[in-house]
Design a protein around this ligand. Structure first.
Ligand code: UD1
Ligand code: CA
Length: 454
């Protein structure tokens, strides 16, 4: 049998007033990735051919995010926000192209998984006109209630319009609806706005389909998969679910998380084999950790590539553009940004390495600072392989330290240092023998005079 074609329509035009934020709701992040990108990721995993994203007016940033994560997706603008059914019709021209299945997914339901999207389409293949994803929330407030007659779904009642009896229904609308493509427009165009909010509710499609003698069904899933995000509390709840999933996936892939509940991951964090992550580590977006690396406690990593067998922390801060070669070591209270630390190089204590290249096996002593910012622009520091930077040195960029060169402790290096040379750039030490004893005797004389005046 030929595979059924599918069009996914993601509704992302809402303002998200309840988030109390200037950022459009679907751009808020869970596990370092926008709600919209999570939804698009599930659609891509489910291998749904065509995707339409409905955005609000002046929401170019939402369209740009869709383009970034799914370049093939088509964006439609819903000019006035008149409800979820009205939003679906903004993509009318895409629906008219005649897919077998239409899958409407609310953009604020980020934890949805690809397999569930497939499950929801299945009833359409056997004759249902509508399949709604259902769940039993611990707190049903705000969700549409599913009115069932046996296995048949007869209506969805929005909370604002529900009777006291309907409000007691535990089964709720998860915000994902599959519709038979051949029937979708006929049903959608019959939806009116005579309800409490005066909106065109997609949920009314169920009652209309029943009136047309078509079949509607509900497919039940766990709450964690369909938590809708309307406010910051729900955003935080989704983060908890996302973190649990990511930790489980990392553990299943063989990563050692000593205390998984204390490690925060991003949706795109990548681990090799035999990686160890100690308690209390935060992985921001775009971090890759290769085989055998160890990330010690209290480290914060964003946009960093950690080479095989490298060691990071405790208390390290790796910022975007950090690349650590095999066996490199970044120790406590070291910050690295936009820098490459080649294989075997070390910066073990209290350093700032920014806009730098550190050659293989170089040793960056405690307290070394690359002075990369001259007040107007950033400059680069290059440290050759096997170089030795003495503790508490300041390397004023742009500057090149040649391979194997030595920098004396406490130097302020402003000029390039040739390979194999020693550079010292600090005040010379002055020693005055017996000076301390003379000072003390002068002091005690002074005190005696003061006493004699009493
Ligand atoms: C909706 C459902 C409710 C369900 C819940 C699940 C309706 C009428 N209600 O309620 O039954 O239990 O989701 O989470 O469908 N949107 C637009 N344009 C609009 C209005 C909304 O694009 O004009 C988008 C929003 O950006 C959002 C999604 O549609 O991503 C859902 O809208 P929202 O206002 O959050 O609906 P809920 O009140 O949560
Ligand atoms: Ca919602």
């Amino acid at each position: 049998m030929k595979a059924r074609s599918c069009l996914a329509i993601v509704l992302a035009a809402g303002e998200g007033t309840r988030m109390r934020s200037a950022l459009p709701k679907v751009l808020h992040a869970v596990a370092g990735r926008s709600l919209l990108a999570h939804v698009l990721g599930a659609i891509a995993d489910a291998k749904i051919g065509n995707t339409a994203v409905v955005v609000g007016p002046r929401q170019e940033s939402v369209a740009a995010e869709a383009e970034r994560f799914m370049p093939g997706a088509e964006c439609f603008v819903q000019r006035t926000r008149r409800g979820t059914a009205h939003a679906v019709l903004a993509a009318k021209s895409a629906i008219e192209r005649g897919a077998d299945d239409i899958l409407v997914i609310y953009g604020d339901t980020p934890m949805i998984m690809a397999d569930t999207l497939k499950r929801l389409r299945a009833p359409l293949a056997t004759g249902a006109a509508i399949a709604v994803l259902a769940f039993r929330p611990t707190d049903p407030a705000g969700y549409g209630r599913l009115v069932m007659a046996g296995k048949k779904l007869v209506a969805i009642r929005e909370e604002a319009d529900a009777s006291a009896r309907e409000k007691k229904i535990e089964l709720c609308n998860g915000g994902i609806v599959a519709m038979a493509g051949a029937r979708a427009l006929a049903i959608l165009q019959r939806i009116g706005d005579s309800n409490r909010k005066g909106e065109f509710y997609l949920t009314d499609a169920v009652e209309i389909a029943n009136g047309m003698k078509l079949n509607a069904v509900a497919i039940e899933v766990e709450e964690d998969e369909v938590r809708g995000i309307n406010n910051k509390s729900q955003l935080a709840e989704a983060e908890t679910v996302a973190q649990q999933r990511l930790r489980k996936a990392a553990l299943d892939a063989g990563v050692t998380l000593v205390a998984p509940e204390t490690v925060f991951l991003s949706a795109d964090t990548k681990f090799g084999k035999d990686v160890v992550v100690e308690p209390y580590v935060v992985f921001g977006a775009k971090v890759t950790v290769e085989d055998d690396a160890v990330i010690h406690s209290f480290s914060h990593l964003v946009g960093a590539q950690i080479g095989k067998g490298a060691s990071v922390g405790p208390y390290a801060r790796l910022r975007p553009g950090t690349r650590l070669g095999a066996g490199a070591r970044i120790g406590n209270f070291v910050e690295v940004k936009e820098s490459t630390i080649d294989a075997g190089a070390k910066a073990n204590h209290l350093s700032y390495i920014g806009d730098a290249s550190v050659g293989a096996n170089a040793n960056v002593g405690a307290g070394t600072i690359t002075c990369n910012y001259g007040g107007a622009e950033k400059h680069r520091t290059t440290i050759g392989k096997d170089a030795f930077i003495g503790s508490n040195s300041a390397l004023v960029a742009p500057v090149v330290i040649g391979a194997g060169a030595y920098i004396g402790s406490g130097s302020v290096i402003t000029k390039d240092v040739p390979a194999g040379a020693l550079a010292l750039a600090r005040g010379r030490q002055v020693v005055k023998e017996g000076w301390a004893a003379r000072l003390r005797s002068l002091k005690s004389l002074g005190k005696k005079k003061a006493h004699s005046r009493d």
